[in-house]
Design a protein around this ligand. Structure first.
Ligand SMILES: O=C(O)[C@@H](CO)OP(=O)(O)O
Ligand SMILES: [Mg+2]
Length: 418
């Protein structure tokens, strides 16, 4: 039956992401006249098990846009926009492949997000309240990637992300403002040590100084934390994104101007955790080495070893990770799996098993702040959304500030000190 919640039109078109690459935007128009959009973000250091982002040979996403306009649109027309699960399942069925390679995960996730936003709007609800329902809502601890390496930067650092984690604060705002001070202090340090010309930013807005050795980057970040007198309240994190510097033929990691065997990598991380206040370590090994993730997690105690490329937001691989006790943390990226429904299933499975959750952006983002709402909706422990310096990252931070300002929710930081 047609009502105000019925989908009148689903329209896809190309926009650009933060690297200037074309990506998919879906706009949903309801019979009531309400309109909402959803954008597909895009990764650079992708896991091989991710759902497929359809990209044409010329770099455009015209084929994915066609999927929205010629396949998804007619199938969704007339459906009640509040039926998120039914709509997501319909798109999965319409695609018919294991990895969403026919319609494209970019076409499907943009639509899935637009559906949720349109439903929230038509109920006059904040997206986080609509998606989270009766769940407890709280503000996540941000993992701020303030120094960039790997495939996100032009330097020779192999570790992709060096993060600060403002845990011991009473509010999200205080935590964020302290982090901004550390970020600025880092920028000053780099200018002082290498010259201002070296304060260029990487893809996620972190400084990308001309370094090649992990230790130098860690030292810079820790010095910035200490310069601000924050060493008792702010921890450190890294995303190695190790699949990107693993040499499959030789079975070694190419890092710090040399190579390390997987066992040497374990010692390398243990040593870092001994000398720095490391709380978080993402993708320390290549994406098939569940066994070493588990060994490292066992030996690192309280450090949250986290799987990103390891799981690709897919319950199938999370189950495997749980069997092998591979990690205490998971990255949650909606476009890795392709629908909101599957993303939430993955999130819930992690949470039910006491695994720490990190709702995350991609290195190619748009200004849409949807993941900020998603993190609050699901009561995620962390949000990973880059440095506090570029619009596509600050839109998420500013949305979290807005939610805190308007709803005064609790900050997850103190609770994390288990
Ligand atoms: O590895 C990661 O965690 C992400 C986001 O930081 O990078 P990308 O989107 O390039 O996969
Ligand atoms: Mg990662």
């Amino acid at each position: 039956m047609m009502n105000g919640f019925s989908i009148a039109r689903v329209h896809g078109y190309e926009i650009i992401d933060s690297r200037g690459n074309p990506t998919v935007r879906t706009r949903i128009t309801l019979e009531s006249g309400i309109r909402a959009t959803g954008d597909a973000p895009s990764g650079a250091s992708k896991g091989t098990r991710e759902a497929v982002e359809l990209r044409d040979r010329d770099g455009s996403v015209k084929e994915a846009v066609d999927s929205v306009n010629y396949y998804i649109s007619p199938a969704l027309s007339g459906l009640d926009v509040r039926e998120q699960t039914k709509i997501d399942e319909l798109m999965i069925e319409l695609d018919g492949t294991e990895n969403k390679s026919r319609l494209g995960a970019n076409a499907i996730i943009a639509t899935s997000i637009a559906v949720a936003k349109a439903a929230a709007m038509s109920l006059s609800m904040e997206p986080f309240m609509y998606i989270g329902g009766a769940r407890r809502h709280a503000l996540p601890v941000p993992l701020l990637n303030i120094l960039n390496g790997g495939v996100h930067a032009g330097n020779m650092l192999k570790i992709q992300e060096f993060m600060i984690i403002p845990v011991k604060f009473d509010s999200f705002k205080e935590a964020l403002m302290a982090s901004v001070r550390i970020y600025k202090s880092l920028k000053g340090l780099v200018a002082e040590r290498y010259g201002k010309v070296y304060t260029a930013l990487g893809d996620e807005g972190g400084i990308s100084p001309p370094l090649s050795v992990t230790e130098d980057a860690l030292n810079l970040v820790y010095t910035a934390i200490r310069n601000e007198g924050m060493e008792d309240r702010v921890y450190m994190g890294m995303d190695a994104a190790a699949s990107d510097f693993y040499n499959h033929e030789k079975g070694v990691y190419e890092i710090d101007n040399g190579t390390k065997t997987p066992d040497q990598m374990i010692d390398f991380y243990l040593d870092i955790a001994n000398r720095y206040p490391l709380l978080y370590l993402e993708d320390p090994f290549e994406e098939d080495d569940f066994k070493r993730f588990s060994e490292l997690q066992g030996r690192l105690g309280k450090v949250i070893v986290t799987g990103d490329d390891l799981y690709t937001t897919n319950v199938k691989y999370l189950k495997k990770g749980m069997e092998t006790k591979s990690t205490k943390g998971v990255i949650v990226k909606a476009n890795q799996i392709g629908t909101l429904t599957e993303t939430i299933q993955f999130f819930d499975m992690a949470k039910e098993n006491s695994i720490k959750t990190v709702v995350s952006h991609r290195s190619g983002e748009t200004e849409d702040y949807f993941i900020a709402d998603l993190s609050v909706a699901l009561n995620s422990d962390f949000i990973k959304t880059g440095a506090p310096s570029r619009g596509e990252r600050t839109s998420k931070y500013n949305r979290l500030l807005e939610i805190e300002n308007d709803h005064g929710l609790e900050y997850q930081g103190r609770k994390l000190l288990w």
